[in-house]
Design a protein around this ligand. Structure first.
Ligand code: HAM
Length: 426
């Protein structure tokens, strides 16, 4: 027997309906916010992520699924969506369109070679949005409000929004220098990765999983103390817009995010639900002014976020929220006799043509067995056709909820069922 690779999963009927439901809700919400769908390839040139996500990140250094194709190109299964969206934005010159910002959303699988555990997969599905072309703090609040709404509209309550500012380039440079000064005396006590990080990108030290308990971490200089006036003002405005929307947040000066492209606003949404598990982050995002330029486009500010469906569904389970999914079958045709069965094949086809959801038996079951199947499928209406009914051009329609049964002319049965389904309101 062969199993699915470690860190991946099969989604079977019974579960796929939940995925469809949350995806539909997310898309509906994006439409409400006027974000349009973009679909980019599952694999990209490796260089895109090296430049986009950043050479010093764990994602690029340790977690990418990278391979040479037969033409000797280095390709990578996308570990996230932002770099691809920005690449497409530049490639198709979306910055030249009359309406800006360009507001895009996506939904699809991402791949990271991580140690699998509850809520951490090697293939996982992200829903995300990116708004490109506006440096207005109101759009930061818009993106955050959209992210929060996905969870709230699905019934989640135990949510915590954590925000921080990583500042502009000037603020980041002074913070960077302060970090180097702070960690330099402890360099030898930090892990090998952090020693390298200290040279290349000291902010990453704050994100280290190995050294997180080192005493120097708690006293590390906070970016918030190094924000210049413009960055501080920007952050204040984002908070004011969130206040206006009545969206509660906590400021966490240690929130740095794991990707290199961020500046100004950074945020994560956490689940505080009991039993959610060790990883409490549901989604994350932030501003990335500069990324479009880094990937060859004109200076364009951007902000976005992404969530994973796996963690969203885990949170729903932890909060015991069930989704209103109706998997009941509308109609099942039960037959008795060969002629009736033949006629039923035609009838089922006609019903499906008319958009009615219907099935029949293909296992040559007796009538009792067919009723059992209809029961298991939680069928709303069972249509019974025997050779006797057929001779009189009739069919019996049984309402499985009330147990009521009526005889209908075969020629009228489709209209009749349509009326039943719509409650007479055709
Ligand atoms: P990220 O924080 O790396 O950001 O991932 C966003 C979300 O994806 C996480 O909060 C988590 O829900 C989910 N996620 C990440 N890795 C895994 C995994 N191995 N298994 C399950 N879920 C996972 C980004 O990817 C950025 N592109 C977000 C963004 C968009 N920033 C700006 N725009």
């Amino acid at each position: 027997m062969m199993n699915a690779p470690r860190g991946t999963q099969d989604l079977l009927p019974g579960v796929t309906e939940q995925w469809q439901y949350v995806e539909e809700k997310f898309k509906e919400l994006c439409r409400t916010y006027n974000y349009k769908e973009i679909r980019t390839p599952i694999f990209e040139h490796t260089e895109l992520f090296q430049r986009g996500v950043g050479d010093t990140t764990d994602i690029v250094q340790k977690e990418m699924y990278t391979f040479q194709d037969r033409g000797d190109r280095s390709l990578t299964l996308r570990p996230e969506g932002t770099a691809s969206v920005v690449r497409a934005f530049v490639q198709h010159k979306l910055f030249g369109h009359a309406t800006q910002p360009t507001k895009l959303f996506y939904a699809g699988p991402m791949f990271r070679y991580e140690r699998p555990q509850q809520g951490r997969m090697r293939q996982f599905v992200q829903f995300g949005v990116e708004a490109l072309g506006s440096a207005n703090p109101a759009i930061d609040a818009e993106v955050i409000s959209l992210a929060m709404s996905v969870y709230q509209q699905l019934g989640l309550r135990s949510l915590r929004l954590v925000i921080n500012s990583l500042g502009d380039n000037e603020s980041r440079t002074s913070h960077r220098n302060a970090l180097i000064e702070h960690f330099e005396p402890h360099k030898e006590e930090l892990c090998n990765d952090c020693q390298l990080r200290l040279e290349k990108n000291p902010l990453r030290v704050l994100d280290c999983k190995k050294d997180k308990d080192h005493p120097s971490m708690a006293t590390a200089p906070s970016i918030l103390d190094y924000l210049n006036d413009a960055s501080r003002d920007y952050f204040e405005q984002v908070k004011q817009f969130l206040d206006q929307m009545n969206i509660a947040y906590v400021v966490d000066k240690n929130l740095v995010r794991g990707l290199d492209y961020y500046n100004h606003t950074a945020f994560e949404i956490m689940s505080d639900a009991d039993g959610f598990g060790a990883i409490t982050t549901l989604s994350g995002g932030g501003r990335y002014n500069g990324l479009v330029e880094d990937l060859g486009g004109p200076e364009t500010p951007g902000i976005g976020f992404a969530l994973s469906v796996e963690r969203l569904l885990m949170a729903l389970e932890a909060e015991k929220q069930s989704l209103p999914i109706d998997t009941n079958l509308e109609c099942y045709v039960v037959t008795m006799g060969e002629k009736a069965d033949q006629r039923a094949t035609g009838l089922v086809y006609e019903m499906r043509q008319a958009g009615i959801q219907v099935d029949k038996d293909y296992q040559s079951k007796k009538m009792k067995g067919q009723f059992k199947t209809a029961d298991r499928l939680k069928t709303k209406y069972v249509l019974v056709l025997g050779d006797n009914e057929l001779a009189e051009n009739n069919i019996n329609v049984k309402d499985m909820t009330t147990g009521e049964q009526e005889t209908v002319k075969l020629d009228n049965v489709i209209t009749h069922i349509q009326q039943l389904i719509t409650g007479g309101k055709v």
